[in-house]
Design a protein around this ligand. Structure first.
Ligand code: FES
Length: 335
């Protein structure tokens, strides 16, 4: 069984409207640096030098770009630095312009909106960790390695990328952690030998993986015999979905608002509850960022997000309104 999280490092943009009502802080781009072929890092600070909200390894922020679109990026700096957030952005050739905007338009000194941080990919306690990164998937794992090091926990990193030059923070990692870091550029050494590196299933070890979909699928296969929840992955993009369980309308009661809305097959629960006046925040609207998480009081959600693990779905106590629907005639939400 796999613990899945998701953050859209890719260009999964939305309009500015959804973030207008959320508590987005205005931060300053205090540094911008090229850290690999096609990758820049940004350091974001408060314009007044104030401290920023705390975060934990695996967290991400919403970045509101100058054109008003919003993207999610993992925090990859020092979590003990209370005054700066660092993110790294890969230029997505097939993206919708968000990463190009960061690369080409955003300059040091400019202000950006920042929402969060939120964490759907937390580092859970373990005696040992194995980290597997593919390309820009290294970003959420960087603070995890720092944390494991601080805790004195045994860990290793397997880091794959197209070429050595395309692998962000490669030198930083080698300098800080030496032989714990195994760098595998594909053009020199081929694909990652996951089975060989992961070895036999171990009950004392958690495997954390972030990277492109084929790598995640390969790691899931390689960890099929590992103990439940030993593998934890973070997706860049929404998982493939089957059709909704139900193709008929269903009722959603907004308990605290004392209102009931009908959700037809052509609208999302998010759209329906907003039309009824519920102020639910959203960002990715693809079931990857976690912003629209809402408690469920009654009913069985048809979970269609890329975040919850199987046991969390089975609890039926929360859902992501942007993509998830209902298995039955009725849901009651804590709204
Ligand atoms: Fe991102 Fe719903 S808005 S999960």
């Amino acid at each position: 069984m796999v613990e899945t999280s998701a953050v859209a490092d890719a260009d999964s943009g939305i309009g500015a409207g959804q973030l207008a009502s959320r508590n987005a802080a205005t931060l300053t781009v205090s540094a911008k640096e090229r850290v690999a072929d096609g990758v820049v890092s940004l350091v974001l600070t408060h314009p007044d030098g104030a401290r920023l909200p705390d975060w934990t390894p695996g967290s991400h922020i919403d970045l509101v770009l100058p054109d008003g679109t919003v993207r999610q990026y993992s925090l990859c700096g020092d979590r003990w630095d209370a005054h700066a957030y660092r993110i790294a952005v890969l230029r997505e050739a097939a993206g919708r312009g968000g990463s190009a905007c960061v690369h080409d338009r955003l300059r040091p000194g400019e202000h950006v909106g920042v929402g969060g941080p939120r964490n759907h990919f937390p580092l859970v306690p373990s005696e040992k960790y194995l980290f597997v990164a593919g390309g820009i998937g290294i970003t959420p794992l960087l603070p995890m390695m720092q944390q494991a090091e601080l805790l004195g926990v045994e860990w290793q990193l397997l880091y794959g990328g197209r070429t050595r030059a395309s692998m962000a923070f490669r030198k930083e990692l080698a300098a800080a952690y030496g032989e714990k870091v195994h760098v595998v550029p594909q053009d020199e050494r081929g694909l990652l030998d996951l089975n060989g590196w992961l070895g036999v299933p171990r009950p004392d070890t958690k495997v954390y993986c972030c990277g492109p979909a084929p790598l995640l699928a390969a790691v899931e296969e390689a960890c099929a015999a590992w103990p439940p929840y030993a593998l934890r992955i973070e997706r860049f993009t929404a998982d493939t979905q089957t059709p909704p369980v139900r193709d008929k309308p269903f009722e959603v009661e907004l308990r605290r608002m004392a209102r009931t809305v009908m959700v037809t097959p052509d609208v999302s629960v998010l759209e329906a509850v907003r039309a009824a006046g519920a102020g639910v925040l959203s960002s990715c609207e693809q079931g990857t960022c976690g912003t629209c998480l809402t408690p469920v009081l009654e009913g069985q959600p048809d979970h269609r997000d890329s975040i919850l693990a199987d046991h969390e779905r089975a609890a039926n106590d929360c859902m992501f309104l942007c993509v998830s629907r209902s298995c039955g005639d009725r849901l009651v939400l804590d709204l």
